[in-house]
Design a protein around this ligand. Structure first.
Ligand code: TEU
Length: 543
């Protein structure tokens, strides 16, 4: 594969630094913890690591509330540690992507503090969205926009003005119509590119531009004001957002001829249908974008096929690769989703029953499907171990702002952020040195899901991932390219070939399926039964 195109078919491993590995024993993961585990990641067979925000932050939204874009959170380490991590990863052949959070910062960012102090109409306030309220006393918020974690997207301050925060009250939105904001982010990109990072994952890449006339959101038929991203929405997918991405692409391209090769972007934008998402990955914009339609798709053959076709058609039309993702730090882990009634797969933690054994089988099959599809793929830390969503965390440890802002009714995203079990038979499972407990408690039965336990077991989730990634590197057919569906299979079976000489068959139903005779099995997610593919099982064949 041409090295310049590595990102078109890369398997990228997402590290959530708080929960990955704790070198200094304070109960929170850190940069040196990641460094110590780089050999594990290289051995797993991934191409790159994406590290969720590691910047100074009060961690009111897990670090997506950044107070300094050019440093490392002291809880996680130092800039020198980050430099060492980048260098050591590169030596092992692993590329490093970091997280850029351009829609908002933390209320502890010095520019926001200065804006609060500077007062109405000041240039400092113009870096954010400060507005007077409506009504005689200005007590009616400027618009009806809801915030992501509950409540309104506007908060009133002492002098009577309101500021905009599409997410938490602690995350004021930057005003991207202000040239100083634009220049600041140019400089932040260069700061990290110059330190050697290979690219950025762009947080809420569809939201930076707002309709400056600040219209209300159009309520749904029942009058509810939701976060649905309809066409023409005042804060999502505004045409002006593309100008920002085009500008960043030019900056990344300035680095294309350095010995390190191209620097890239992956967009996080919960946008569908796929033709709207495709706008973000046109040749002069971002390189790739997570496909969340696949993440949201139930374990159902027709729907899976439709998402795959729709995604690839739209992305290929603009020359971009597909980028598959099954889980991340915001969603119910897919082992759990697939173990639920598929009509309620994405329901909040603790609200619907889950069959974890069924989820385990399907998650293994889904891994083989994802890694056989054309394009690149993301693996969220712990998915390679078959971790499930921890749905019964004690209320007193819940940390996600969703819990607080929903008035303690929605448990939020902590259940997919529980620290990784590395070794041993009881918590903290080698997450940190000694017996100190991590910031979120791990379930006792994760003793069977530690890296140490799974490395030894050829039938473990980890062994399946390693073998799949090994074969993926070896098979010319995998990675970028096209797929061809096999017609005439039962409706519950997805079967496709990739040239040269590769077939993937996934049985999403319950009835065993007769595999084509004389095919050589490269890998299967469960043992085959006399030439038959059992239900909820995937197989890779050489043809
Ligand atoms: O998430 C963006 C986002 O839109 C999510 O809130 C999404 O709607 C939701 O999680 C779907 O379940 C990003 C980060 O990934 C998330 O962790 C941050 O909280 C958010 O941005 C704000 O920075």
């Amino acid at each position: 594969r041409p090295v310049d195109d590595w990102w078109r078919s890369a398997v990228v491993y997402q590290v959530y630094p708080r929960s990955f590995a704790d070198a200094d024993g304070n109960g929170t993961g850190d940069v040196n913890g990641i460094r110590a585990r780089l050999p594990y990641l290289a051995d797993l067979g991934i191409d790159a690591i994406w590290i969720s925000p590691w910047y100074p932050s009060p961690l009111l939204d897990g670090g997506y509330d950044v107070s300094d874009y050019r440093d490392i959170n002291p809880m996680f380490g130092t800039l020198a540690d980050a430099d060492a991590l980048i260098a050591e990863a590169h030596e092992l052949g692993l590329r490093i992507l970091i997280d850029l959070v351009p829609n908002h910062c933390s209320w502890e960012h010095p520019w926001f503090k200065a804006a609060l102090a500077a007062g109405k109409g000041s240039p400092e306030r113009d870096l954010f969205w400060f507005r007077d309220g409506k009504g005689e006393d200005g007590s009616i918020p400027p618009t009806n926009w809801p915030a992501a974690f509950g409540g309104l997207a506007w908060t009133r301050i002492d002098d009577g003005q309101w500021y905009l925060h599409l997410f938490d009250v602690s995350q004021p939105d930057w005003n991207w119509d202000n040239p100083k904001v634009i220049e600041e982010f140019d400089s932040i990109l260069r700061f990290w590119f110059d330190r050697g990072v290979d690219g950025f994952r762009i947080d809420v890449a569809d939201s930076m531009a707002k309709d400056p006339s600040l219209p209300d959101i159009v309520p749904a038929a029942d009058g509810a004001v939701t976060r649905d991203k309809y066409v023409g929405h005042p804060t999502y997918d505004q045409p002006a957002v593309h100008k920002i991405h085009q500008r960043w692409r030019r900056i990344a391209d300035e680095y294309a001829d350095t010995p390190q090769g191209p620097r890239i972007f992956v967009a996080e934008a919960w946008l569908s249908p796929a033709d709207r998402l495709a706008m973000y990955v046109r040749p002069n914009e971002l390189h790739s974008a997570f496909n969340f339609d696949a993440l949201r798709c139930p374990w159902e053959a027709d729907e899976q096929r439709e998402v795959i076709d729709h995604t690839t058609e739209n992305l290929w039309a603009v020359g971009a690769p597909a980028t598959w993702v099954l889980s991340n730090h915001d969603t119910i882990r897919h082992r759990t989703r697939y173990g639920r009634d598929q009509k309620e797969a994405g329901a909040p933690a603790g609200t619907v029953p889950t069959d974890l054994e069924l989820g385990r089988r399907r998650a293994r099959a889904a891994a083989l499907l994802e890694l056989a599809l054309p394009g690149g793929a993301y693996v969220y830390q712990g998915d390679e171990l078959g971790l499930y969503e921890v749905e019964d965390l004690p209320e007193e440890v819940l940390d996600d702002p969703t819990w607080e802002r929903s008035g303690h009714t929605i448990r939020g995203r902590d259940g997919c952020r529980v620290p990784i079990p590395w070794s041993g038979t009881e918590p903290p499972f080698g997450f940190g040195p000694g017996q100190g407990q991590p910031w979120l408690p791990q379930p006792a039965d994760w003793s069977a899901l530690t890296v140490e336990a799974e490395v030894k077991d050829p039938d473990s989730h980890l062994s399946l991932y390693k073998e799949a990634l090994r074969i993926r590197r070896e098979q010319e057919a995998l990675g970028e390219g096209r797929l061809k569906w096999d017609r005439n299979c039962p409706s519950d079976v997805l079967s496709f070939t990739r040239d040269p000489g590769f077939r993937c068959v996934v049985n999403l139903g319950a009835q065993p399926y007769d595999l084509p005779a004389q095919s050589e099995v490269l890998l299967s997610s469960e043992p085959l039964d006399d030439g038959k593919l059992p239900g909820d099982t995937a197989v890779w064949l050489k043809v």
